[in-house]
Design a protein around this ligand. Sequence first.
Ligand code: CA
Ligand code: CA
Ligand code: CA
Ligand code: CA
Ligand code: ZN
Length: 649
Amino acid sequence: MTPAPKIGSSFEYLEDRALPSTFGVPWADPEHLTLSFVNDGTQTPLGASSLAQLLGSSGTSAEWKREILRAFQTWAVNANINIGLVSDGGQALGAVGAVQGDTRFGDIRIAAAGLSPDVLASAAPFSFTGSTLSGDVVLNANVPFGSVYDLYSVLLHEAGHVFGLDHEHDGHASAIHAGYEYQTGLSAEDIEHLQELYGTRTPDAFEGTGGNNTAARASAIPRNSVTQLLATADISSPSDVDYYKFTAPALTSWLSNVTVRLKAAGLSLLTAKVTVYDAAGRAVASGASTDPLSNDITLTFNPGLLGGNYTIKVEGASGDVFDVGGYKLAVDFLSIGGALSPITTALTGVLDGHTDDVLASARVLQANTGADARFDAVYRGVIEDRFDVDTYKVRTRGFAPGDAVTLNVLVWALDANGVDPRVRVFDAAGSAVAFQVLSNDRGLFSVQVLNAVAGQDYYIQVSAREGAAKTTGGYFIAADFNQLSPLVFDAVASGTTAPGAATAGETLQLDEAGVFQFALGAQAGAAGDAVTMTVYDEDGNVVFVLTARVGQPPVTATKYLTAGKYTVRYAGATTNKGAVGYGLFMTQLSQGVGPYATSTSAPATSTAPSRPTTPSSSSSGTSTSASPSPSYTYTSSSPGQSAGYYYTY
Ligand SMILES: [Ca+2]
Ligand SMILES: [Ca+2]
Ligand SMILES: [Ca+2]
Ligand SMILES: [Ca+2]
Ligand SMILES: [Zn+2]
């Protein structure tokens, strides 16, 4: 097994710090990734971002943005990855939201803040926790990019981490050696490792067996409405050319002109050239974009009195990595005075009308049939009312039947102020399967099933959770069977609260800054009874609050915390019917020196970090009887240790 994926890595100037391998999880929906540039002033865990200020001296914003996009696109063209550019709404990095498809900001966010002096930049790959910190890249605002450190080279390296790749130690050429190197592209091994996660780029459905690279092999464009034809396709290599054909109706009183639009903005970084030919092969309209920051194309022409047959040619326009990417192609037959509607890039969930609410009518999700490590099953669904349950059946083909595997299931809301989902897992016989809750936060639920079995069917049910802030809405579900080491939580505190009473303050000492995942569970009380945990900093300010309820899954929070001393209090709700037990579990999601480490004095050692010095009551799955621990020091988790973390059905 490879070590558990962590959420961040950092890029050192000079030397490799021999960090353990912590990568290997692909993005759940890599063909629909988005990227945004964070505006200056947006909060990062290390203060306000200053990206434009940092890079402003090395060129215009169009220039440095293109260099950053070129670095990501250098990877993307080799696999099933699209990166759509979107605007950034200015929410703090790590804000609770959708790890992919959040309408407020990109899945990948590019920012700058003051990092340790020995670090150029940090980046976070996809995390099974579903934290939106996944994909975020923070450049060190104190580093002279452009003059000393080539921006493309640094971003090519960080993009590799974003896509889930660890530092390369095997001696061959690579863009992701541990130290800074000037780069002009990827090595064959880099591409191979990327394709192990994401597969080689798959041709679009219009290519068929013989392709559509000539006018003679032009594809018909599916009809989307009475007045619109619409194709969703892909320029999959620099040599790919996509031809389409359509017939314009004879000019009547209603038809004024024909509009051909290529939509790539928000979908991919493709810069395309589009040419429309009439039946005689004459070009009647043509347009191109060579700017990935503005890559939509709109052409309008008059089909003439008789209408006729036309051919559209779509090809790359730039002669570089921006010649590859996904797009939508729309042909609109416009009436006089008619207005074009925007081509949507939104991906919406499928309504089921209560047809999949029980195991017997589960929707079978098609397993990933490739040899690559992409998620076994992904789907967009909708919880249509508060009684709706959506049931899916999944299995893996990626491992030999009978192999022990871990099953990770994430569900996140796709709408702003979206549904609060929860997940249940059942085996092929319909028996409930125990899981650990990795995330249970606003709009997000993530679990891991240990000791799942490859080749067997599992049922996953998605519904609104008890106490949901919103009980309906669209969501994304992603299920992956893997042999990565599971995320391990350490049991750091447990105890009992009386109704209406708070415990004495307990001390939580963090030896290093980092991103931590907290999980609080309540049990051994009456169902619905609540325990609230409040974490204070050294000045007595509330850092965050979590409330767990008996009979419900543990609740979680993802927090960046600086090293230091924190005080934690647990309080039973005044309405509790009696004493309630609680357990606090933690794991550090960032590596010792990144992505947001501030300490320069504590490089990670090459040995496994020590386990927490305290309570850790054992192998038992539940530990409510232990007495409250007055103080605990958290260093970071040791891979593989028993955590005593609650299992939940
Ligand atoms: Ca993100
Ligand atoms: Ca194609
Ligand atoms: Ca083609
Ligand atoms: Ca349903
Ligand atoms: Zn690195």
